[in-house]
Design a protein around this ligand. Structure first.
Ligand SMILES: NC(=O)c1ccc[n+]([C@@H]2O[C@H](COP(=O)([O-])OP(=O)(O)OC[C@H]3O[C@@H](n4cnc5c(N)ncnc54)[C@H](OP(=O)(O)O)[C@@H]3O)[C@@H](O)[C@H]2O)c1
Length: 266
């Protein structure tokens, strides 16, 4: 059975992907740690949209989680036609004051699990000559972000990784795209124990999902969600990275958040 696998589907952008794709008639396989949320969402989607909605409750930071998930899809007879690597979290503060274990867990989830899942599911997609992968990066991936140092670096990885795989796989009929949202109204800030930057502009997860699906249809390697985010991100590229780092660092320095709204990227 053809299906779309969505990681981090128990809330926020992942949940919005699940709701939208189910409404569009796609079967979904939802992954996150919180089984109770996945169970409720699956039965709601199955009832409302008459699609097949299944879940796997899994902590993707565990070393063998991606291969377990891959084997589970095979055991359930699922053909993953679309993979949405969305699960992720962040942290904020002076790098040396942050908990090392949590920083490394972030690398495990935002990078290691994403690379492993991409590797495992890309093979069968290439064999079939069709499929798509959306990797959720961030506008934070376009520049250094002091005080969100590890998080921004993980998203820079996702962006570069996806843009490169986009080119490698076009000729094989498989689309790979990085989705780069800016500030989005989700559980992200609470889950990441981060102060929500004082943005005037934020998007809903539904708007982000809509942008993603349009970008995928257009065959994009990456897409920035929202015009304001697009203009800010593209204009920063014209400025030396050291200057961007200084300005963003000043805005996000602990104790400074809330004083101004320079730190637009997330
Ligand atoms: N919100 C923003 O402003 C924003 C901006 C740019 C990019 N993003 C990116 O968007 C993606 C989705 O975030 P969101 O904003 O929707 O935040 P969210 O509401 O906190 O959703 C995060 C999802 O990831 C799951 N998750 C967390 N740790 C996990 C783990 N170890 N194993 C499996 N699943 C795990 C969570 O479910 P469980 O807790 O149940 O596991 C949840 O479903 C992230 O990659 C984030 O970096 C967000």
């Amino acid at each position: 059975m053809k299906t779309t696998l969505i990681t981090g589907a128990s809330s926020g952008i992942g949940e919005a992907f699940a709701r939208r794709l189910a409404r569009d008639g796609e079967n979904v396989l939802l992954v996150a740690r919180t089984e109770s949320k996945l169970e409720i969402l699956c039965s709601e989607l199955g009832r409302a949209s008459n699609i097949n909605a299944q879940y796997v409750a899994l902590d993707l930071t565990e070393t063998d989680a991606p291969s377990k998930l891959f084997e589970e899809t095979k055991a359930r007879g699922l053909e993953v036609e679309m993979l949405i690597n969305n699960a992720g979290f962040g942290s904020m503060g002076d790098f040396l004051q942050l908990d090392l274990e949590r920083e490394l867990q972030m690398v495990d989830l935002n990078i290691k699990a994403l690379v492993a899942l991409t590797y495992l599911f890309l093979g069968p997609m290439r064999e079939r000559g069709r499929g798509s992968i959306i990797n959720v990066a961030s506008t934070a991936g376009f520049q250094p972000v002091p005080y969100m140092t590890t998080y921004a670096a993980t998203k820079a990885f996702v962006l570069s990784f996806s843009d490169a795989l986009w080119e490698e796989n076009r000729a094989h009929g498989v689309s790979v795209m990085a989705l780069c949202p800016g500030v989005t109204d989700t559980n992200f800030f609470a889950a990441s124990e981060m102060e929500r930057p004082p943005m005037r502009v934020s998007q809903t997860p539904e708007q982000v999902v809509d942008t993603a699906l349009k970008g995928l249809k257009r065959g994009r390697g990456h897409i920035i969600s929202g015009w304001t985010n697009y203009i800010l991100t593209e204009s920063e590229r014209l400025v030396p990275r050291s200057l961007v780092a200084r300005v963003v660092g000043k805005a996000l320095r602990p104790g400074k958040t809330g004083d101004n709204d320079d730190g637009e990227n997330l």
